[in-house]
Every structure is written in structure tokens, then in C-alpha cells.
Write a protein that binds this ligand. Sequence first.
Ligand SMILES: Nc1ncnc2c1ncn2[C@@H]1O[C@H](COP(=O)(O)OP(=O)(O)O)[C@@H](O)[C@H]1O
Ligand SMILES: CSC[C@H]1O[C@H](OP(=O)(O)O)[C@H](O)[C@@H]1O
Length: 400
Amino acid sequence: MTQNHSNFKRLTNETAITLAKKLGLVNADASLKCNEIGDGNLNYVFHITDTVTNKGIIIKQAVPYAKVLGESWPLTLKRAAIEANALIHFRSYCPEFVPQVYYSDEQLAITVMEDLSHLKIVRTGLIDGDSYPLLSQHIGEYVAKTAFYTSDYHLEPSAKKEVARHFTNPELCKITEVFIFTDPFFEELPGDFEVELTDAAKNIWNDQEVILEVAKLKQSFETEQEALLHGDLHTGSIFASETETKVIDPEFAFYGPVGFDLGQYTANLLFQAITRNGAGKEEIFSHLHEFWNAFEETYTELWEAQNKSPFRHVKGYLPYLLTKFKKDAFGFAGCELIRRTIGLSHVADLNVIEDKVSRIAAKTSTLEIGTFLIKKREELDVPALIEALKQRTLPSYSTI
Ligand SMILES: Nc1ncnc2c1ncn2[C@@H]1O[C@H](COP(=O)(O)OP(=O)(O)O)[C@@H](O)[C@H]1O
Ligand SMILES: CSC[C@H]1O[C@H](OP(=O)(O)O)[C@H](O)[C@@H]1O
């Protein structure tokens, strides 16, 4: 469907300040400065600060195409409204982990929100070796709460379907379907990798067992409507400090399989588990344990206290579900590891490794572990995954 962009106008630093004043979100007499700080693939982010008080706000604006791909990949402006609504929705379930939305405008494709500049993007922090003692517990709680409260176990099923209708997000889902579940698995489709990885990539393309399992995972992503997902829960979508955690950027939100959010976060921890050594590696193993324990404990508590389904006491139902989430998550994590290595959208965790031999070795490991997760997801649990990571005598790639 074509969209009418007649009321859309791209903001500049100056018009962003004018807008903030007009909305009464900043003091009209204040001395303000504005910088565009967007480093993501899709949108622009304006940071407006009062130069005296240092207080700020964020105005995020979508453009009618994917910023990183240019106008050749048109993309709906509706993603801004999806993002604003998802932030509001998720914040209603876990305000401690989601920034406040002050204002949104569907025509201008903007979301005005809380400034989180006192925190650091977790991907950057982990690469820098920063320590986040509460991060994975918080993200486990966040996924459990958003997954439970938006599911049929909490919402009346027809109400859930109505929420799902509002979060129908075909264009952003298509990006995931293409970038994560399709292109990386076919030699003839677009990809991006160093020539030294050609043999490892061919191993995946020629492995019919992997391709069949990815087909099943893609089908699950396309058809299951278990809960309202964040849809892009990587470490670049999380701000944190030692004590605080906030999840941003849910423009990919849609009703899908719970394992997808769990898998994205798991995979993005695994990039660090692969590239670190010694105590740094052990720290990431602890994150994996803390994340999965917090998710399962919180989900179980919510299930026992607030489940409205007549089947809630049926013996074996909750364990069945938790096992399903985990199997799905490991498969999705495998796809994420592979697509960030040979697909079109890479991660700094791997690309910051300057020494070429070490970088290629790290990337070869992500492809191997990705393949392992996809194939073995039915029989794996977190301790077995960690054991498998340890057993693969991976060389050390970083100093952390
Ligand atoms: N609420 C916020 N407070 C401070 N900085 C933010 C905020 N939201 C986004 N940013 C900055 O903008 C960058 C891009 O934002 P993001 O939402 O990830 O954009 P995209 O949708 O393009 O991926 C983030 O990495 C962060 O540096
Ligand atoms: C062309 S979009 C590729 C990739 O970008 C999104 O991530 P980000 O949050 O960094 O903008 C998403 O992961 C997409 O798959």
C-alpha cells in the first residue's frame, strides 16, 4: 500500500529545537543545542539539551526509506507509530526498563522520549569491557513480563487479537525475514563477508539439514502469535549502567514467537562469549545463566499468580512452554549469529577485532556455533551450550 507523505518533513537540528519549544517540552527561553546522534540503520535521532541545566530530550524520526540502504529500500513511516505505541505498551508492563514517551506524531513520524544519555549502549559497553552486574537479570525480567502480559495467558484472547492487529508490522517483519532468515542461507542471494570466510559460508549453504531447520524457524517467525515482541532485541537496542537498564528501539514490534526476543539477546551475548577470553568469557557465561534464570523465574511467577487460562494448572503445561521457548530461542540465536557474520548487517563485536587472522577465526566460530545452535536446539540447555562453547577450543580474540 502506498503512503501519503504530504505532511512529512525531515527535521533539521534547528527545526527539531523549534518543535520541542512549540510542544512545550523545553523551556522556550532556554539556551538549547541539538545534535543528530543516530547511529542505527534506519532512523534519525535528535538530541536536544539545555546548555545550562544539561537536561535533554530525544526526538527520533523515521524517513520513508531505510537510512542505511538509501531510497532504494522504501520503508513505511508507520514504523515510528509502532515504535511509540510499543514503548508505551511495554512501559505499562515494566516501567523500570522502558523510556517514557512524551509525544508522538504519526504524520511527522516522530517519537519524543526520555533522554537516556546518562547510560551507555550495551554493545559499546561490552566491547569496552564495562561491567553490567544487573543487565541480564533485568532483560530476563523484561522479556518475561512483556511476553506474559501480552499473551493469551493474561489478555482475553479476543483482546489479544485486537492488540495484535494494531501491531501488524509487515514491512519491518520483511526486513527480518530477508536479512535474518533468507539471504544468509543461499549463495546466490545478497551477502557481505570477507573472502576468507567463503569455505565456512559454503558449508552452511550446502548443509541441507541447516537449510531445512532455518525454513522451520522462518515459518515459526512468520506464523506464530504468542506475544508482542520487541522484534530487534540486540545489545545495540539496550541502554544500561551498573544499576539501570532501558530497552529502546522496538520499531520491529509484532506478535510473534517468544523465542525470537530470547534468541536475539542470547546471540548478542554469544558474540562477546566468542570474542572474549579468561574472566571476560566467564562473565558472559554468567550473563547467559542470569538471563535465562530471570526469564524462567519471572515467567513462572507470573504464570502462577496471574494466568487466566483454564489450563494453567495442567501438569506439564508450563514446563512444555518454557522448553519450547528455549528450543525456538536457540534456533533463532543461531540464525542471528550467522546473519551478523555473512549477511548484510554486521556487528561491531566482531568487526572491531583489528587483527585479521583473529577476526576471521572469531567469525568462523560464530558460523560454527550458529550452525550448532540451529541443528541441536532441541537437545540443548544453557549449561550444555556453555559446555559446548568451552569444548570448542576457541582461540582468544580480545584482551577483555
Ligand atoms: N532515548 C534515547 N536517549 C539517548 N540516546 C538515544 C535514545 N534513543 C536513541 N538514542 C541514540 O540514538 C542511537 C540510534 O537509536 P536507535 O533507536 O537504535 O535507532 P535505529 O532505529 O536507527 O536503530 C542509539 O544508539 C543511541 O545512541
Ligand atoms: C537494513 S536493516 C538491518 C538491521 O538493522 C536493524 O538494526 P538496528 O537496530 O541496528 O537499526 C535490524 O536489526 C535489521 O535487521
